[in-house]
Design a protein. Structure first.
Length: 253
């Protein structure tokens, strides 16, 4: 079971537990939820002790991964209990093609004629899906991959009649309007108008929205990217139900 940790505001004149543990359901997926009491004047040292206590209780129940509160700064205390945050990497990669399109729009660049470069260390299913989606949306897609690119190129030409530019030079990668990085590239300046470091979970995600009927069922205070990532991983959220809120999207630098 996955855990959820959220802050709870104290109610004046009412005695409340500092740490409350209970099972809860989010879109029919069960979580073990911990509410931690935090007031505006609660000392930082007290909060660290409460987080540490919550981590121990979650781990005792078999929880390993946790959806954290937004802007959480007490991860060291949870790590001592053997917990780790839910990864958003698969979610980032699933959204990559849409992320490119909205990033280009935010920069005022035409999507169809834009050059989109994709770099990866290996040919994975996620990379194949992303490149396929990009080639169907953009005229020029560059793929920098150590091996496997030729097979993918033949497959795309055979199935969709589209082609890739394989093995682009460094200046071609840096000259693309959008650069999608499945793995870190220290040799590139990454000054393209749109840069998506899909390997970096500390980079901000674009604003994400769900259909209203699902949106209203999400708990408040939980890290949105982590929560949507684990719901997607569990199959609770299907492809297409997570959308990018394009109007307020900002390209990560």
């Amino acid at each position: 079971m996955v855990g959820i940790l959220v802050w709870k505001s104290p109610q004046p004149g009412k005695k409340q537990k500092h740490v409350t543990l209970e099972a809860r359901s989010v879109l029919h997926m069960r979580f073990l939820s911990v509410e931690l009491l935090r007031g505006p004047k609660t000392p930082d040292a007290v909060l660290r002790r409460r987080v540490l206590a919550a981590g121990k209780r979650l781990r005792k129940q078999g929880v390993v991964r946790v959806v954290l509160p937004e802007n959480f700064s007490y991860w060291e205390q949870l790590e001592k209990s053997g917990l780790r945050p839910v990864s958003t990497q698969a979610l980032r990669r699933r959204l990559a093609a849409d992320w490119v399109r909205f990033g280009l729009a935010k920069q005022g660049l035409p999507a169809a004629g834009a050059k989109v470069a994709v770099c990866g260390a290996q040919l994975t299913g996620e990379l194949v899906r992303t490149v396929t989606e990009l080639t169907l949306r953009h005229r020029y897609v560059l793929l920098d991959l150590p091996y496997g690119g030729e097979d993918l190129c033949r497959q795309l030409r055979r199935e969709y009649g589209v082609s890739l530019l394989l093995g682009p030079a460094k200046d071609q990668l840096e000259g693309a309007e959008a650069l999608v990085l499945f793995d870190q590239r220290t040799d590139l300046s990454c000054r393209n108008p749109v840069v998506l470091p899909l390997y970096d979970e500390s980079a901000p995600l674009p604003p994400l929205i769900l259909p209203p009927a699902l949106e209203e069922k999400l708990p408040e205070g939980a890290d949105r990217g982590q929560l949507l990532a684990v719901l997607q991983e569990a199959g609770v959220l299907k492809a297409g139900q997570i959308s990018l809120a394009a109007e307020s999207w900002e390209c990560p630098k």
